[in-house]
Ligand binder design. Structure first.
Ligand code: 7RM
Length: 670
């Protein structure tokens, strides 16, 4: 097993021809970016179109200290532009009109298509004209509930074209959650599809929208237009599925995309908006109940999405990039839509799942399109590494150069499998740490330049200054572990929570005045690498030893018989807290006394006797959100046998909770 000391240098394959090819080069560029942010970002801004140029005297201003007045961040104040113009018209003018923007790969392998930059621009303009004709104006919010289809991208950019603010909700959220978000953002127009297949499961999107719209109406909010793309009729149904699906349409409110969009003009003059006008909002769950509408603005987000995409994935003109994230998450916004298009990139847009029609789908798609950069989540990697390596190896994956990971800490086991089996030890792994709130990557390796340690996010991106604070708010210099915070904003940081600036200041800027607080813990090792240890509320303190759940989880998953593990703190009369571990065994593993003994011993050995788990519970499945994040809040309830688990509506599978309560081991006590 790798230790904190194991270092992997970027291979020649990843370094040769990269934008940044050495650690000193990264360090020099990084220095410049923090010493002279105006100069650094000003040079990057020159590649984009500004209808009105920025005022150099107020290129960058901010306040992070609640004591000094309201919190704000402003980049390129005074400039005007349009993001869709920069992503589409600018690229077409630069000779990329016939370049493929997206290869669309459907849920069923027989379904695929492609869209060039020129065609994408035309489609965006048509939809923009339709939205205008339905009364959408600059600043209005548009609700979006879409599967992974080309029209989802078209919809986001059509909003940007007319200065409307898209509010996309992941099409796995329930009608209730969607309704709550529509009411909160006040959208009068909704764009959706009739439905979509996920594996062999049909998701009736329009019916969910109907329920959501009636809930909104009951709350006194009326959606006036619902535009529906007919998707089911043009795709292949899974074997044995019934072909017929009737979509109910409400006259006057609901319109089919094909009855409105193709007829509209394919040109639409862009609405010039100010640098700090909103581009989009995206809800993220808060630790207390109500979702937070994270708001991103125009100029800063564009610069940051474009620059992180270029350097972190080392995207070069003939590359084919693939991010598997759903557009419903920030990763889909920044690294499926905005970042790639800002770089005139060619991407794969994938509608399906890693398991359909078989567990080799990811690798067959990589082979089919000769993908050069592949970006996915640790949860997917862990799920796939359970299967026979031959499922990977029978595909030609030699096109790959950069492998990305995002969403949660990646345990060294999974990192190494990704590196060895998928990457053939030729690729760099970029473990990208960031949040909905940060807009883009903030801690990450650069594939041609920075050394990698399995499980470490590595170093700050350009313009980002990470600081670690102890509980008292004192800065930790050198080696140590603490709260991960930032004393200054980079261009992509969110600007507010929609309609609730107070909550914004309270959530992110109050615990440590003068800093943006991520809510994550991190440690800096002796070599200066940063390791994100997980949410601070997932920190454990056992007899005065601070440790993260992620650390213990990663050690547990090193055992051959363990597929996945989740650890929570359980109150303990003597130690303060003790470890309660949930363990999912591998397909051929067994949960027995011997496994328990081995795991306890292994944790003692790898971390220390203080870290020995008090309880290890068999968990055939873990409670996860639809984006694959383990909901530790629920596990903490199981640990103390408290059935008052609260809201479980964001769980992918609600039945998991009851199963876990039923399977509590006898020695778990109350
Ligand atoms: C991009 C995204 C944000 C939270 C964040 C962390 C965790 C994300 C990593 C990570 C360790 C990573 N946005 N997280 N990436 N932890 N290493 N590379 O996921 O808003 O949905 O979640 O996810 O806890 O605060 S998010």
């Amino acid at each position: 097993m790798p230790s904190e000391k194991s270092v992997y240098e970027p291979s020649a394959h990843a370094s040769k021809g990269a934008y940044v090819t050495s650690l000193p080069q990264y360090q020099q560029m990084y220095r410049r970016s923090v010493d002279d942010p105006e100069g650094f970002w000003g040079e990057i801004a020159r590649h984009f179109h500004w209808e009105t140029p920025a005022d150099p005297a107020r290129f960058f201003r901010y306040n992070f200290d609640v004591a000094k007045g309201p919190i704000f961040t402003k980049w390129m104040d005074g400039a005007t532009t349009n993001v869709s113009y920069n992503l589409l018209d600018r690229n077409v003018r630069n000779g990329h009109g016939d370049k493929v923007a997206f290869y669309w790969e459907g849920n069923h392998p027989d379904d695929y298509s492609r869209l060039t930059y020129r065609k994408l621009l035309e489609e965006v303009c048509r939809l923009a004209n339709v939205l205008k004709s339905r009364g959408v104006q600059k600043g209005d919010r548009v609700a979006v509930y879409m599967p992974m289809i080309l029209e989802a991208v078209v919809t986001l950019l059509a909003c940007a074209r007319i200065g409307a603010v898209h509010s996309l909700v992941f099409a796995g959220f329930s009608a209730d959650s969607f309704a709550e978000r529509i009411v909160d953002c006040g959208a009068r127009v909704l764009v959706t599809a009739d439905g979509a297949w996920r594996g062999d499961k049909l998701i009736a999107l329009k019916s969910i929208c109907d329920q959501a719209m009636s809930k909104c109406a009951a709350d006194g909010h009326n959606v006036e237009t619902c535009l529906v793309i007919g998707h089911l009729g043009r795709v292949t149904s899974p074997k044995g599925a019934s072909q017929r699906h009737k979509t109910p349409m409400t006259v006057g409110r609901d319109i089919w995309w094909h009855d409105a969009v193709p007829q509209a003009s394919s040109s639409c003059y862009p609405e010039w908006v100010r640098a700090e006008d909103p581009l989009f909002m995206l809800y993220t769950s808060g630790s207390t109940g109500k979702p937070k509408g994270v708001l991103h603005t125009t100029a800063g987000y564009l610069l940051y999405a474009a620059t992180t995409f270029k350097y972190v994935f080392d995207y070069r003109p003939d590359d084919v990039y693939w991010c598997t994230a759903d557009v419903g998450w920030i990763t889909g916004h920044t690294y499926v839509v905005y970042g790639p298009l800002a770089n005139a990139a060619t991407s794969v847009l994938f509608e399906g799942t890693p398991f359909y029609p078989d567990h080799g789908r990811f690798w067959s798609v990589v082979e089919k399109y000769r993908v050069t950069q592949f970006y996915t989540a640790p949860t997917a990697i862990r799920a796939l590494m359970k299967f026979d390596e031959r499922l990977v190896k029978r595909h030609d994956l030699t096109s790959l150069r950069v492998l990305g990971s995002v969403g949660e800490p990646i345990n060294p086991e999974a990192w190494l499998w990704y590196y060895r089996v998928v990457g053939g030890e030729r690729c760099s792994i970029v473990d990208t740490f960031w949040q909905t709130e940060t807009g883009g990557h903030v801690l990450t390796p650069l594939p041609g330049a920075t050394p990698m340690k399995p499980g470490a996010a590595g170093f700050p991106f350009f313009g980002v200054e990470p600081v670690l604070l102890d509980e008292g708010g004192k800065e930790i210099i050198g080696e140590g572990e603490g709260y991960l915070v930032f004393p200054r904003p980079w261009p992509g940081l969110m600007r507010t929570l929609f309609g609730n600036h107070d909550r914004y200041e309270l959530t992110y800027f109050t615990k440590f005045p003068g800093y943006y607080c991520t809510g994550d813990g991190a440690k800096r090792d002796a070599d200066g690498f940063l390791w994100v240890t997980g949410r601070v509320d997932d920190m454990l303190n056992v007899s005065g030893h601070l440790m993260s759940t992620a650390e213990v989880e990663s050690v547990l998953t090193e055992h051959r018989g363990v597929a996945e593990a989740a650890v929570v703190a359980k109150p303990h009369p003597v130690k303060g807290e003790c470890l309660y571990c949930f363990v999912t065994v591998t397909e051929d593993g067994v949960f027995d006394e011997r496994l328990l003994r081995e795991l306890k011993q292994h944790v003692r050995e790898r971390i220390g006797p203080f870290a020995q788990p008090d309880v290890i519970q068999n968990a055939p499945a873990l409670p996860k959100t639809r984006s694959g994040k383990i909901m530790r809040r629920i596990l903490r309830k199981v640990a103390v046998n408290d059935r008052d688990v609260g809201d479980v509506s964001t769980l992918a599978d609600g039945t998991v909770v009851e199963q876990l309560f039923a399977m509590r081991p006898p020695d778990a006590a109350a």
